[in-house]
Design a protein around this ligand. Structure first.
Ligand code: IDP
Ligand code: MG
Length: 134
């Protein structure tokens, strides 16, 4: 275990549906620290860089359109095993499979709009922090 940083982002539906305070509260309650936080739009370049691994998949164009469709909250969060902890607070990708008590389980309904993004490894975290906070 080690102190890590991770990148997490409240997606446009999470901001639109006014879940920002609750989500930030859950991170802090879990012992994670908010190191950077900014409300704003994601550029098309940032969206494509962040989701490069999904290029060519059927949902890719919709995903890029969606993540650039309205303001998001971009965050760098830190703490012990922050990457894994953040993913566990988020819950499964499909809100229908995300456990109650997780962010996606409590505030999401469909895969296309699943409330929150979080880096999936320390390497992804470093890359994504560079994309959104450089
Ligand atoms: P993750 O966000 O849990 O890491 P990924 O598989 O990396 O999940 O997918 C990135 C994002 O792409 C998801 O959060 C979701 O918004 C979207 N997505 C993934 N699979 C599908 C799908 O089958 N249909 C629609 N959207 C999808
Ligand atoms: Mg992912």
């Amino acid at each position: 275990m080690a102190i890590q940083q991770t990148y997490t982002m409240i997606k446009p539906d999470g901001v639109r549906n006014k879940h920002v305070g609750e989500i930030v509260n859950r991170f802090e309650r879990a012992g994670l620290a908010i190191e950077r936080m900014e409300l704003g739009m994601v550029t098309s370049e940032q969206a494509k860089a962040n989701y490069a691994e999904h290029e060519g998949k059927p949902f890719y164009d919709g995903l890029i359109a969606y993540i650039t469709s309205g303001p998001v909250v971009k965050m760098v969060v830190s703490g012990e095993d922050a990457v894994k902890k953040c993913r566990s607070l988020m819950g499964a990708t499909n809100p229908l499979e995300a456990a109650p008590g997780t962010i996606r389980g409590d505030f999401g309904l469909i895969m296309d709009e699943n409330v929150i993004h979080g880096s999936d490894s320390p390497e992804s975290a470093e890359r994504e922090i560079g994309i959104f906070f450089s």
